[in-house]
Design a protein. Structure first.
Lengths: 296, 290, 308
């Protein structure tokens, strides 16, 4: 009898724990959105920040976040997929492969601030660039490469071996087999991985404080020349992102409405994260359905 | 080694319009090989071939000659090495890291097991079809056009021609000609297998290796494939691994019986099935084991 | 001798592409290898400069409790004791893991054992979204929700170790949960079936069979959570209060290794003693995260040995 009672009690405990997690998420999202959504307006999303007075917008930061995301994915996706291809298609069991896997593991568990500090030495001091969007994008790339490599390796491995054999047996080269037969089939998994990576990159701040900096020069949004110092598209200018901005206004506390501004920015970040998550899920499901439907 | 290289007349491997030329040549040979038991021209042969997977000695000292325009069946119980042997003929075992091969595989008098042999050229001449149909996740057209394009056919017109010719040769053209650009994965299993055969024919091989090509298909599709093989034999040399005794007896000219990685007996099919000289062969073909 | 077409060699274009493609993938891998090597190299060389160039005593650094980098020589300074920060890091890591460990493992058991169908379908997205929320958003929530709450109900400023612990516990909870789920899913179903067949209740099966079989996986999950907590910078910095003294209570403002680096790296001149000391802290951080990785590997190996 007692065993049964204990069993019931413990079952209830597990339900409570699960409920706690759900409440935690709902509460967190509800809090951020309830505080931040009222703040969101077209003016808030497009106007520049104030350095000392109230009424800041997050226009340049939002732009920087999106542009930085674009820049970093430009590096992360090809190199990540390249690494995934190497590990799934070329790597032979042995010392080199063990070393590569260990390196990826190490890189993936390094604190992001350490990656940021490394970026400070290399992309800020050593190159002489100073704080730049490019430096931030490269630091973010290092930080995100392990995830991209791992997801693409998994996606590539999931392609049936017979597909490769069929192509190789036709006398087609290994590389063309990979690019023309394997990668198209692995694309859904790779795209999902890229979206997850993008979501992580969008909210990252610690790796950017010391690489992309905490300020944005006065930008002229009519200037589309990427070489001009006031052009928003110049990758070699400092660029504070949304996430960095949230941290900065709260720790510096120079503007009176820091909490309100951060609440709005947090809401934007959280909405972006939710969108990335939904997108990844939706794509995964569409691709899954297409693949399974085609096989019937 | 060098002698055997120069003694064989060099064949133009990459010339695409070889089709007609070969056909004329082969029609002439067709007449010569009307009697299966006669010793025709050797298409490919192995001498003392050994294959190891790691420590496992999978193929033991197999010497075999395959003749042009014949169907040769490789039979034997599961795990006897017949598939491994088949895969070694176009060096597909190279794709398995632990596999190691010794001995000779002679095509045109060239030992194609040599490391300096161009495996792309070899595999173009020795095509392969598997047990389970494995079309690419592409359109029907692209499935067939993929390899010829890699091998240098660029013009749309030429590719169209190759696609039609290959699909006709695989007896699939009439069924798919109106949906060439739809996904190949929408085809039925039997159609997929014929597509895979068409795909292999598109690069104009001389030899086709088939690894139980009908074992995952229904009886109607199987009959279609067998009929097709009979047709294809006029132009190609066919080596087929099969589990199905009746199939081997129905379609093949010669049969090789494998057991535990060894070649036990090799003779024309009639002999193997009616009066084999080895006890193991008799036991196997009469269904006593395997 | 005329080249035989089978041996004539690959046509240059595709052959070149084939080799180029391989080289490109190798290059991608090389980027990772070089980056990891460079990270260690740079952090080590900068971090050790404190001791070899500026001749700060390692023991004074590691065990000193006074952090007064601007104190002049005549006043007896500067002093670079970082023990309070090391202690701070370990305290927030340990306590946040203590909270998140049981809850995360419990949630994982719920997902795999109690309600494998709908529970998993519901919790999987919850966990993925929790993982995805940026750390500054956690920090901001801590700052505007947890800190005022603590100020009202626990006394003090609200900023302090406890606020950091709570924020970190929430942050690492999804990490612990998802790795624990993997561990539980890896348990062969026959083991469970055997237990149920003997008349054991679900809890008895979980407690006696599953907990033992998945123990290495749970340890791994908690270590990963600790690694994340130890390395987190911004969220902690926003709520911990940034006190410089040795913490004596969980409600007092304190600092961790990461928060000190975050606060001061931008305000010191590269190459100065103070700056080098911060790099020494970064080195400590790097060493600790290496320790976590090796711990995970070690547990993984032990786990495999045990399950044999």
């Amino acid at each position: 009898m007692t065993a049964k009672i204990v069993d019931r009690v413990m079952t209830a405990v597990f339900y409570l724990i699960a409920a706690l997690l759900v409440v935690l998420l709902v509460g967190l999202l509800g809090y951020i959105l309830a505080r931040g959504l009222p703040k969101l307006s077209w003016t808030f999303l497009t106007s520049p920040p104030q350095s000392l007075s109230a009424g800041s917008g997050i226009g340049p930061q939002l732009f920087n976040s999106i542009y930085m995301l674009f820049l970093t994915m430009l590096f992360t996706v090809p190199i990540g997929v390249g690494g995934g291809i190497y590990l799934a298609e070329y790597a032979r069991p042995g010392r080199l492969t063990d070393t590569i896997r260990a390196a990826i593991e190490v890189l993936s568990s390094l604190p992001s601030i350490v990656v940021g500090l490394f970026g400070l030495i290399v992309f800020v001091y050593y190159t002489g660039w100073g704080y730049t969007l490019m430096g931030g994008a490269l630091a973010l790339m290092l930080f995100n490469l392990p995830l991209m490599v791992r997801t693409s390796e998994e996606a590539i491995r999931a392609v049936p071996h017979e597909q490769r054999e069929a192509s190789l047996a036709l006398g087609v080269s290994r590389w063309r087999t990979i690019t023309d037969v394997v990668l198209p089939s692995a694309l859904p998994g790779i795209v999902t991985g890229a979206i997850l990576t993008a979501g992580r990159a969008f909210g990252e701040a610690a790796a950017l404080i010391f690489t992309a900096g905490m300020s944005t020069p006065r930008l002229d949004f009519h200037d589309w020349n990427p070489l001009s110092p006031t052009s928003p598209f110049n990758p070699f200018r400092p660029g504070e992102t949304l996430a960095v901005n949230i941290w900065k206004v709260n720790s510096e506390g120079l503007i009176p409405d820091a909490k309100e501004v951060s609440a709005g920015a947090s809401a934007v970040l959280v909405i972006a994260v939710l969108l990335f998550n939904l997108m990844a899920r939706f794509l995964a499901r569409v691709f899954y359905r297409r693949m399974t439907a085609a096989k019937l | 080694m060098t002698d055997s290289l120069t003694s064989a007349p060099p064949r133009p491997v990459w010339v695409v319009d070889r089709w007609s030329e070969t056909r004329a040549l082969e029609e002439a040979e067709d007449r010569a090989v009307s009697q299966p038991a006669a010793e025709g021209a050797v298409a490919i042969e192995t001498r003392s071939l050994n294959v190891y997977y790691g420590d496992v000695h999978a193929i033991k000292d197999v010497s075999l000659k395959f003749y042009r325009h014949e169907i040769t069946a490789l039979i034997g119980p599961s795990g006897c090495g017949k598939s491994t042997y088949l895969r070694s003929l176009n060096r597909m075992n190279d794709t398995i890291p632990t596999a190691r091969t010794t001995g000779q595989i002679l095509l045109d008098g060239v030992d194609v097991g040599r490391p300096d042999v161009d495996v792309w050229a070899l595999r173009k001449r020795v095509g392969m079809v598997w047990q389970r149909p494995n079309p690419f996740n592409k359109s029907i057209y692209e499935n067939v056009a993929f390899a010829p394009r890699f091998h240098g056919v660029r013009k749309k017109k030429d590719l169209d021609e190759i696609v039609e010719r290959s699909l006709r040769a695989a007896a699939l053209w009439d069924e798919v000609k109106d949906r060439l650009h739809e996904s190949a994965l929408g085809l039925s299993g039997g159609q997929q297998q014929r597509l895979v055969i068409a795909r292999a024919l598109a690069v104009e091989p001389e030899i086709l290796l088939l690894d139980e090509p009908a074992s995952s298909l229904d009886p109607v599709s199987t009959a279609k494939i067998e009929e097709l093989l009979f047709e294809l034999k006029k132009r190609y040399t066919i080596i087929i691994v099969t589990h199905n005794m009746q199939q081997a007896a129905r379609i093949s000219d010669r049969t090789a019986f494998f057991l535990n990685g060894e070649l036990i007996e090799y003779a024309d099919t009639k002999t193997i099935f009616t009066r084999p000289s080895r006890k193991e062969t008799e036991d196997y073909v009469s269904g006593r084991f395997g | 001798m005329e080249a035989h077409p089978l041996i004539a060699g690959r046509r240059t274009r595709e052959g070149f592409r084939d080799r180029l493609g391989y080289a490109a993938t190798l290059l991608s891998v090389a980027v990772i290898l070089v980056a990891v090597a460079a990270i260690y190299l740079f952090v080590f060389s900068r971090g050790l400069a404190t001791f070899f160039v500026n001749h700060v005593n390692v023991l004074d650094f590691l065990f000193g409790t006074e952090w007064r980098p601007t104190l002049t020589e005549s006043e007896g300074g500067p002093k670079f004791g970082v023990l309070p920060f090391i202690v701070g890091s370990f305290i927030v890591t340990f306590f946040s893991a203590l909270i998140a460990g049981p809850i995360g493992i419990g949630a994982a058991i719920f997902m795999t054992e109690i309600a494998p169908s709908w529970g998993r379908k519901l919790m999987q997205p919850v966990i993925e979204i929790l993982v995805g929320i940026p750390s500054v958003v956690y920090g901001f929530t801590g700052l505007t929700l947890i800190v005022p709450f603590l100020r009202e109900h626990a006394g003090g400023l609200g900023f302090g170790l406890l606020a950091g612990i709570l924020v970190l516990a929430v942050m690492i909870l999804p990490t612990v949960t998802s790795i624990s789920v993997d561990a539980l899913s890896a348990v062969p179903p026959e083991i469970k079936a055997g237990s149920y067949a003997l008349g054991a209740t679900r809890w008895q099966t979980i407690w006696r069979i599953l907990m033992r079989a998945s123990a290495p996986g749970f340890v791994t999950a908690v270590i990963f959570g600790m690694a994340r907590a130890f390395g987190e910078a911004l969220a902690v910095q926003m709520v911990i209060g940034n006190g410089k003294n040795m913490p004596t209570s969980l409600l007092e403002p304190a600092s961790t290794i990461t928060t000190v680096i975050t606060m001061n790296m931008g305000n010191t001149v590269a190459g100065s003693v103070e700056n080098n000391v911060l790099w020494s802290l970064a080195l400590l951080l790097l060493l600790m995260s290496t320790v976590f990785i090796f711990a995970v590997r070690w547990v993984g190996r032990r786990g495999r040995l045990m399950s044999r």
